[in-house]
Design a binder for this molecule. Sequence first.
Ligand code: CP3
Length: 346
Amino acid sequence: MTSPVDSPLVRAARRQDVPHTPVWFMRQAGRSLPEYRAIRQDVGMLESCRTPELVTEITLQPVRRHGVDAAILFSDIVVPLMAVGLDLDIVAGVGPVVAEPVRARSDLDRLPELAPEAVPDIAESVRLLVAELGATPLIGFAGAPFTLASYLVEGGPSKNHERTKALMHGDPQLWDDLCARLAQISLAFLRVQADHGASAVQLFDSWAGHLSRADYLRHVEPHSRAVLAGMAQSHPEVPRIHFGVGTGELLAPMADAGADVIGVDYRVSLADAVERTGGRYAVQGNLDPALLFAPWQPLERRVREIVEEGRAAPGHIFNLGHGVLPTTDPDVLTRVVELVHEVSVR
Ligand SMILES: Cc1c2[nH]c(c1CCC(=O)O)Cc1[nH]c(c(CCC(=O)O)c1C)Cc1[nH]c(c(CCC(=O)O)c1C)Cc1[nH]c(c(C)c1CCC(=O)O)C2
């Protein structure tokens, strides 16, 4: 393996044969690592995301420690919103909080398009990382329009997304205009990462599972499709992963929106995910992050099962069904990486 283009992760995403199943973890950089907590002790979350030396160090920590098959840029889905000038913060233990929620047409004025020049730090972080990573691919990412819109409209994390859905149905034109602007911002953010050497990208529509299939197709899919199609057009060589939580009913439309890889959470088996997406896409997933707290024996059994199920997919990237929980024992993650590699050798 000499270049990220030939890495197991990129090959699996393209449904090519691999020497072993690639593995990485959503939120692999973060509070589960003592070396991360040490760095973040006196630096705010958003400040750390915009300081290339810190981004580089934090992104590399899990690669060094666990031997995962990919790095994911240390950033956050709200970083591009901050870059266009929106007043927001990430509150520890809570998540993104927006000072003035976006609910009226006049609020769109506070959400200009994202120019690449507004995120020189992201370009620099990606450049530094790609130089350090060698043959290990860097995954770039962005939030999908619906998940971003939910934070903007609600003003913060939400259980029921009621104001978001009220806007979607109460003023569909404003909703579409808001999501079209967010799609431009996400696409521009992904392009900066791909332009500077990211080898794959993941579009996070974390909260799409809260939508009915009809609402997803009518009000959300066209905007996510615009992001994925824009990447396919400008960077056809960079595979696209599309992920959401609780999206068992949405796997086919999310894959068909323009992905190469469909993210699967732990609620749906990989075999069902392959069937629901017509066997046309690589799959990523899907160990329940809570199982990392179980004794090794049942955890090992489940990891082996997932690797086996993945063999029936056109391509498989091992991951969790959602992010690493902050109190996870990092040594367990390292053991899971070793096990996936060991049992999946072709
Ligand atoms: C919904 C969402 C957000 N941010 C993100 C999503 C989509 C992924 C998902 O569904 O989990 C994306 C994200 N955020 C972060 C990453 C880093 C890359 C990685 O996966 O390692 C990624 C890919 C760092 C982060 N983003 C955040 C942290 C924790 C901040 C800290 O360390 O204090 C990290 C490491 C903060 C954040 N940012 C957000 C939340 C819900 C939180 C957690 C709040 C908390 O529990 O404190 C919004």
